[in-house]
Design a protein around this ligand. Sequence first.
Ligand code: FE2
Length: 370
Amino acid sequence: MTDADHTPSDPFPVEGMHHLEFWVSNAKQAAFFYERAYGFVPVAYQGLTTGVRDRSSYVMQQGNVRFVLTSPLQAGHEIGAHIERHGDGVRDLAIMVPDARAAYEHALSKGATSFQEPETFSDENGAVTIAAIRTYGDTIHSLVERGSYAGAFLPGFEALPIAPDTDFAGVGIKDIDHCVGNTADMNPWVKFYGDVMGFTELNQFTDEDINTEYSALMSKVVSSGDGKVKFPINEPAEAARKSQIEEYLDYYGGPGVQHIALETDDIIATVQALKDRGVPFLGRPGTYYEEAVKRIGPIDENWEDLQRLGILVDKDEEGYLLQIFTGNVQDRPTVFFEIIQRKGAKGFGDGNFKALFEAIEAEQALRGNL
Ligand code: FE2
């Protein structure tokens, strides 16, 4: 396929997120955490026993979500330098594309910076072509052309033994809904995704929409044409005290991925299972539910269940959504997760941002960073 085959309205066709790679200081322990706390199944591995001498990677799967957890095995490694700067964090938001070479060439022609030229890797399960471009901070987008590759993950990874009855259902996480980036200046990155990937801007929040006494931020959302890949981009806005986005930028050492929203079809069951496994979630202001019942109106779920679990609700013209945010998943106040269930709504929970930010600020204050 060449660029000429792509319709003008979709110059950079994407098939969805392929995987997220986290560079972490102890991948073995992180894998145990994502397995035991979040319900992921370890499906593939590379490291010393597969002939890879400098790093070790665990591939964890649940539904269609793949996390790769990678640690360096030697001093002076780029992964170690990344961890030194950023702490544990997301290195790669890998996007699945029908044609990695065409996507890469289109991206470079529109001003993207190359990280890795297209290369084809193969094993007995088939061939995969991968290229990579840079995005905000030290984050990259691998462009993965998987085609009909039938292996557990990618060539170079060894499949791990999985019990025959494993259904990968875990706690009910099905897909990645969106991945949020924190930047110092969002507009160049909104333009980047528009120019390079042909993503369109979905909607816009201003600091008047998302404003608590201290933690104002601004956010824009870019999305692929079919909505399979959605990247909200945040920047700090003027606030009375330190913005939560500034706190992130200080501790991450620059721009990076703030949170990953994981989609479920049954948020009550998913959040209950995560709580049973010990996953901490942000608390919410005591008055939230009184106000929410009035704001949202009738829903399928029982409000008592939502209140017991701390699940937030927001609505737009097309329906409503349910969401909840975890605490940070490392000591630095940087990366966290969102669990989301959509019931028609296409938004991101703007109606909940004030409640969410008040909860974040309560924790920020405990850290002495407000
Ligand atoms: Fe979100």
